[in-house]
Design a protein around this ligand. Sequence first.
Ligand code: HEC
Length: 116
Amino acid sequence: MKKILILINGLLILLSFSCNTKKEQTPINTKSDTLNSVHSITLQRMEPYFLEQEGRDLFLQNCTSCHTSRYIFMQPDFPRKTWQAEVTKMIEKFHAPIEPDNAKKIVDYLTKIKGK
Ligand code: HEC
C-alpha cells in the first residue's frame, strides 16, 4: 500500500512537471516593441489670459499646482496690496512652498497683468 502511494505521488510530480514544460508563454507581439513600451506626449500649455511678461513662468509654476489659473483670472483687477495679501495668504494659510524672492516677482507680475 505504501509503495503504491509513493508511486502515485511520483507519477503526480512527473505529471505536473510535464504540464509545466508544455505551457510555454508566447509573448503577444514579439516583433513590435513599440506595443510594449510606455509612451507619453506633452500637451502644449495654453494660458491665453496670462500675458507674456517677466514673472509669468514663476507664476505658472507656483500658482497653478493646487488650483487652476482660473482662480486668478476670474478675480477682478486688484491693487498691488491685495495681490500681495493674496500671495501671502497662499503661503501662510495654504502652505504654498514659494520663496520670498519669487513671491515678490509673482506679485509684480500679477499687478502688471491684473492690477489697478
Ligand atoms: C498649496 C496650494 C496652493 C498654492 C500653491 C496656491 N494656492 Fe491659491 N488657493 C489655495 C486654496 C486651498 C484656495 C482656496 C480654495 C477655496 O476656497 O475653494 C486658494 C484660492 C485662491 C484664490 C481665490 C481667492 C481666495 O483667496 O480664496 C486666488 C486668487 C488664489 N488662490 C491665488 C493664488 C496665487 C496667486 C498663487 C501663487 C502665488 C496660489 N494661489 C497658489 C491653494 C493654493
